[in-house]
Write a protein that binds this ligand. Structure first.
Ligand SMILES: Nc1ncnc2c1ncn2[C@@H]1O[C@H](COP(=O)(O)OP(=O)(O)O)[C@@H](O)[C@H]1O
Ligand SMILES: [Mg+2]
Length: 231
């Protein structure tokens, strides 16, 4: 059966589209069939020259057909790219998907939004994305990961998806030969998703403990405590 992964979340610019493309490219580089599905009606479909399939799930009928066809397919990966700011669709697609991932970036606004989304979507996992590769900046950014992991144990994927400048080529109209750093990041993204999915299959479904008080407490720590990461 096809494994359906939904990249969702309310906030625009959180790296949903990029991560969905990276995952599909990574799967192909690991010799697994993969399809990227656009669900955002305001987006164009850009399939030209890509090594993975690109499908148009922008209408409810199309999306329904894609999902039911994928249920009868024997193998492969389907990466659904959410549009952002559509909470009802998030809930619906999360219930269809085998795995729901909410990318978030290192900002307070991203953290608040992803925490809200995690409360509303019980099994969704958060994944730090476009994450700084600078060691010093990482120390500060880690506060966001720690705060979220504390509030939602077992529901934050690590390691973060690194910031790689050339990933923007994945969002271009046509994809030529992806740059080496993009291919390398794509493999890491897919490997992490696959590992996480295998782990999910092995263990009993995780019952989320959602302690929103932990998060708000963590968020309101004075800056001095953020430095030594004490929550
Ligand atoms: N891993 C990454 N490294 C560098 N830039 C990234 C990464 N992921 C996303 N971005 C950039 O962040 C911006 C928003 O990403 P996008 O995937 O379009 O977000 P969304 O689909 O959630 O709105 C884009 O300019 C994209 O190039
Ligand atoms: Mg997008």
């Amino acid at each position: 059966m096809t494994t359906i992964v939904y990249l969702g979340g309310s906030k625009g610019g959180s790296a949903k589209t990029t991560t969905a493309h990276l995952a599909a490219l990574g799967a192909i580089l690991r010799n697994k069939p993969a399809i990227y599905v656009v669900t955002d009606a305001t987006r164009k479909v850009r399939g030209e020259g890509r090594p993975y399939g690109v499908l148009d799930g922008r209408s409810a009928t199309n999306l329904g057909n894609i999902l039911s066809a994928s249920r009868t397919a024997t193998s492969g990966w389907l990466f659904l790219d959410g549009g952002g700011n559509r909470q009802a669709l998030d809930i619906e697609l999360a219930s269809e998907a085998d795995m729901t991932i909410l990318p978030f970036r290192a900002s307070e606004e991203d953290l608040d939004t992803v925490a809200d989304d995690m409360r509303r979507i019980p099994n969704a996992l958060a994944w730090p994305a476009a994450w700084t590769v600078n060691a010093f900046a990482q120390k500060t950014a880690e506060f966001y990961i720690d705060a979220l992991a504390k509030a939602f144990p077992g529901r934050v994927i690590t390691p973060p998806i690194s910031f790689v400048n050339s990933v923007s080529e994945l969002l271009a109209d046509a994809l030529g030969s992806p740059a080496t750093p993009v291919r390398s990041l794509a493999r890491k993204v897919f490997d992490t998703i696959e590992e996480r999915y295998d782990e999910q299959q092995r263990t009993a479904p995780h019952v989320a403990r959602e302690d929103s008080e932990d998060l708000s407490r963590a968020l309101h720590q004075p800056a001095s405590n953020m430095q030594d990461k004490r929550l």
